[in-house]
Design a protein around this ligand. Structure first.
Ligand code: B12
Length: 222
């Protein structure tokens, strides 16, 4: 079976809410020699993109979308073992979905990739108010907050976090990374909500956070 077949099969299992079947497909792919990063990039990612299209075409229900994303999370966790690899960390970062946003999948993917890249990730989950992001960032001495939003309406809630960071005089000490599908469709939204940068996907998150951390170091040193 080729890699595209695995992806098609996974999509079918996701649509049919077949969690066990999906897990078997991932295991078969790994057993056939597809390494975990390629499972994510060439099997899981295309399945999620197709799922998004079906959703937009109203070919699947909200409940199907929900279960399918749970299955996608299982696959991610299977393919990205976390912990124990890094002797020292790059630093602490805080991530979460902004207030009113419950699209956890993208944020969790970003968290897994950042952890694998050596960051100490504090993931606050879904529906996180601006105050909570900042409180945690100060508590763990994070240099970057990553706010995820999938919808236009929820993305605008990030403005409150921007205002809070600025009002406390922390603009130089804590950078604000933003991301989610809506920022990929409307890049101008990054500036509109006061983001210091974005990445199109989880693969680009490490580079973005490194860049923002070095900005903090420069600005704090000045
Ligand atoms: C799955 C899904 C759901 C699932 C979410 C389950 C879960 N656990 O995540 C469920 C069913 C719960 C859901 C609910 C809703 N959804 Co929805 N959903 C989707 C769907 C199909 C896929 C999103 C997804 O998971 N993508 C896969 C992940 C891996 O990709 P990603 O999210 O883009 O994340 C990547 C990047 O964006 C980036 N990234 C993400 N966050 C961050 C953060 C930082 C800091 C960085 C650097 C990068 C980054 O890296 C990620 C990994 O590579 C999209 C359609 C789409 N094409 O996006 C609609 C979509 C986002 N949903 C939509 C809507 C309207 C809703 C509901 C209002 C539906 C309803 N009627 O109730 C609710 C609202 C819930 C809420 N308040 O948040 C709309 C939003 C419209 C808009 N433009 O504003 C979309 C676009 C569908 C549509 N076209 O109508 N949804």
């Amino acid at each position: 079976m080729n890699i595209a077949d695995f992806s098609d099969q996974l999509l079918t299992a996701m649509i049919n809410a077949d969690r066990a079947g999906a897990a078997d497909i991932i295991e078969c792919a790994v057993a056939a020699g597809v390494d975990p990063p390629r499972v994510i990039a060439h099997i899981l990612d295309p399945a999620i993109v197709s799922l998004g299209r079906l959703w937009e075409g109203e070919a699947i229900s909200l409940a199907q979308g929900f279960v399918a994303s749970k299955i996608a999370e299982d696959a991610l966790l299977r393919c990205l073992p976390v912990g124990g690899v890094h002797q020292h960390t790059k630093g602490a970062v805080v991530i979460g979905n902004i207030e009113d946003d419950f699209h956890s999948l993208g944020r969790r993917t970003v968290g897994l990739f950042l952890t694998a890249a050596g960051w100490d990730v504090y993931d606050l989950g879904n529906d996180v108010p601006a105050e909570q992001f900042l409180k945690k960032a100060l508590e763990v001495n994070a240099c970057v907050i990553g706010a995820s939003a999938m919808m236009q309406t929820t993305a605008l809630n990030i403005r409150r976090l921007r205002r809070l960071i600025d009002a406390r005089g922390l603009r130089d000490r804590i950078k604000l990374a933003v991301g989610g599908a809506v920022f990929n469709w409307r890049p101008e939204l990054v500036a509109e909500v006061g983001g210091d940068g974005t990445a199109h996907n989880a693969v680009g998150a490490d580079q973005l956070f490194i860049r923002l951390q070095s900005q903090v170091k420069r600005e704090v040193a000045q």
